[in-house]
Design a binder for this molecule. Structure first.
Ligand SMILES: C[S@@+](CC[C@H](N)C(=O)[O-])C[C@H]1O[C@@H](n2cnc3c(N)ncnc32)[C@H](O)[C@@H]1O
Length: 215
């Protein structure tokens, strides 16, 4: 990876991540995905908040599908040191950025190059995914503001739901204990309905973040 004037450092959950033109710029709404995982692990994520009873053992396994810069996977590993964290992406360039970020934090993450779950053989306690969900036809979309980020990280067919639905399909025979997905709130009901028909029951919504458990 060449040093490039377009490379920058962006804050995510209080840590600075290297961001290049090959990866999505982490968004504040994704930080609530971290809150959701911390809450399942019984770790208070706001000052003064009472710890919930952990729903996961401390060495739970987690897969971050579509890791991009690695901001989700690395933050979870930093916050929950005993978690066994794997992160995947279809983009080899993104995985190189994520690997750099993991090295920066000395975070032990297993990176896998994979189209969704194609090259993933093991099962996980938790699967998280902030997959591309932007629908190019949304009339409120400002395409210019997204022009610095890879299309591969942003857009999906089928009203933005194609990859999320495909991930849910692929999980049918290896369901995690918790599936946590980011999507625009306008897509939430469609995802909840789809997941319900494919073995997952909606448990919780936090901002852009949906949590499911198998039923
Ligand atoms: C919205 S970005 C999220 C990046 C990062 N997780 C974050 O929250 O900032 C989506 C990521 O999914 C990856 N991606 C797109 N299609 C994929 C696929 N079929 N399988 C795995 N990853 C995919 C993209 O390369 C991109 O890094």
């Amino acid at each position: 990876m060449n040093a490039n004037s377009k490379n920058k450092f962006i804050d995510f959950y209080g840590r600075n991540f290297l961001i290049t033109p090959d990866v999505l710029i982490p968004r504040p709404e994704t930080e609530q995905l971290i809150d959701t995982v911390l809450s399942l692990a019984g770790k208070p994520f706001l000052p003064g908040i009472k710890a919930e009873k952990p729903k996961l053992k401390s060495d739970f396994s987690l897969l971050d599908v579509g890791t991009g810069s690695g901001c989700i996977a690395i933050t979870i590993k930093e916050e929950l040191k005993n978690a066994k964290v794997t992160a995947s992406d279809i983009s080899e360039k993104a995985l190189r950025v994520a690997t750099k970020n993991a090295e920066k934090f000395n975070a032990n993450i297993n990176f896998i190059h994979s189209n969704l779950l194609e090259n993933i053989n093991q099962s996980f306690d938790v699967i998280v995914a902030n997959l591309p969900y932007v629908d190019k036809t949304w009339d409120w979309l400002d395409l210019d503001s997204l022009s610095q980020e890879p299309s591969l990280a942003l857009f999906a067919d089928d009203h933005g739901l194609a990859l999320i639905k495909e991930l849910i399909n692929q999980l049918e025979f290896k369901k995690p204990k918790y599936l946590i997905l980011e999507a625009d709130p306008c897509q939430h009901q469609a995802i909840i309905d789809y997941a319900k028909n494919h073995g997952f029951c909606h448990q919780n919504t936090r901002g852009f973040i949906l949590s499911f458990i198998p039923h």
